[in-house]
Design a protein around this ligand. Structure first.
Ligand SMILES: [Zn+2]
Ligand SMILES: [Zn+2]
Ligand SMILES: [Zn+2]
Ligand SMILES: [Zn+2]
Ligand SMILES: [Zn+2]
Length: 382
């Protein structure tokens, strides 16, 4: 049986709330899985599965992890020095220490600015809720910690669980850097990419084997959800990435409703944001829309990039220096408002210039022409 993230949290709470160390999954959301394919419940890794754009867990796997964790029988009275000052950063100890310091400072405890001001026997549970709710390995460490007057105490068996959890997590992070096709190790490049089945790590050569280059055979077709389902974009490589990378979406022109081609998540996102036209191959990609190509135009939201790149603006009269700030905004009628500011005057100078729509249209034509001159014959053929 599948459990939604919320249901999985409830299941885990039900199975562990009677134990010394209850476990929670309320910190898990889809962003959790952008970084890793698993979450840790104690020292057990539990996989998240993606289905129809939603993440979920297998009930059986949640139950196994919860049963194992509850069965550890952590003795709350067997306390040891948590060793929070061992100096290494990015460990559970350094994170807990940071929470305690910040929590003490932000709490309304009289005269307690620093953890060393706290009374003997002070429990981490008394810190503000924003801190006590924080989790490591799906458990809330502060609730289990006590200030001895000199060091922070933690149940011995619980500290051991957190140490093992850190090892398991480090091992999984290594796995995520390994190509699932050939076992090659990713260096600095990102091989992890999104797919409908979750995230996959594929090196360029395995990606090239798993998906094929898009040949443009869908050019001119209307984008529909049925089409995207019948011919998943994942079958193809991203048509913009210089290195082979599996595509995720059928990118399409929203003005004409026509397909432009398969793109990976990263390239698809960048198409929606200012600055897209600075990417190599951007114009060529946008003109995969046969509507845009025939009219020698680009979708409205790219007009700000064109004006930024091609229009020449006079500085204001008092100015002999570079403008400190400029911002371009496309209006609904296709005109572009350029806003300027100059901080080097008193008071600050701010003004704007509107480039009318028909002028922007000419700039767009020029931009397309110049891009095709520097590129290949793609703009005139096909
Ligand atoms: Zn590979
Ligand atoms: Zn891409
Ligand atoms: Zn789109
Ligand atoms: Zn178009
Ligand atoms: Zn100025």
């Amino acid at each position: 049986m599948w459990l939604s993230l919320k249901a999985a949290h409830q299941r885990l709470v039900d199975l562990t709330h009677h134990t010394t160390v209850p476990a929670y999954l309320d910190h898990v959301n889809r962003y959790t899985f952008a970084a890793a394919s698993h979450v840790l419940i104690g020292d057990t890794a539990v996989r998240g599965y993606k289905h129809r754009q939603q993440w979920r867990f297998l009930d059986r796997e949640i139950q196994e992890a919860a049963t194992r964790f509850a069965g550890l029988g952590i003795d709350p009275g067997d306390l040891i020095d948590a060793g929070l000052h061992t100096g290494r950063s990015r460990t559970w100890r350094s994170r807990v220490w940071q929470w305690i310091s910040q929590g003490t400072y932000e709490s309304e405890l009289p005269q307690a600015q620093y953890p060393s001001d706290l009374p003997v026997g002070f429990s981490g549970q008394q810190l503000p809720e924003a801190f006590t709710r924080r989790t490591i390995a799906s458990t809330r460490p502060l609730a289990l910690m006590t200030w001895s007057g000199e060091v922070w105490l933690i149940p011995r068996a619980y500290a051991a669980v957190l140490d093992r959890a850190a090892e398991v997590e480090a091992g999984l992070a290594e796995q995520d850097k390994v190509c699932s096709g050939c076992g090659a190790l990713a260096g600095r490049e990102q091989w992890r990419s999104s797919s409908t089945a979750g995230f996959v790590t594929l090196c360029p050569s395995c990606a090239a084997q798993a998906s094929r280059p898009y040949t443009g055979h869908m050019r001119g077709r209307k984008y529909t959800k049925t089409l995207a389902k019948r011919s998943p974009a994942e079958v193809f490589l991203c048509r913009m990435c210089p290195q082979p990378r599996r595509a995720m979406y059928w990118d399409h022109c929203h003005s004409h409703g026509l397909l432009r081609g398969p793109l990976c998540v990263k390239c698809n996102n960048s198409e929606g944001a200012p600055g897209f036209l600075d990417h190599p191959g951007a114009v060529e990609h946008l003109l995969q829309c046969t509507g845009c190509r025939a009219e020698r135009t680009l979708p409205l939201h790219h007009r700000s990039d064109v004006v930024r790149r091609l229009a020449v603006f006079e500085p204001h009269a008092a100015c002999t220096h570079e403008l400190s700030w400029r911002y371009f905004c496309v209006e609904a009628d296709g005109s572009v408002v350029a806003r300027f500011q100059c901080y080097q005057h008193h008071p600050d100078l701010a003004w704007s210039v509107t480039v009318p729509s028909d002028e922007v249209t000419l700039l767009v034509r020029r931009f397309i022409h110049e891009a095709s001159d520097s590129g290949a014959a793609w703009a005139t053929t096909a």
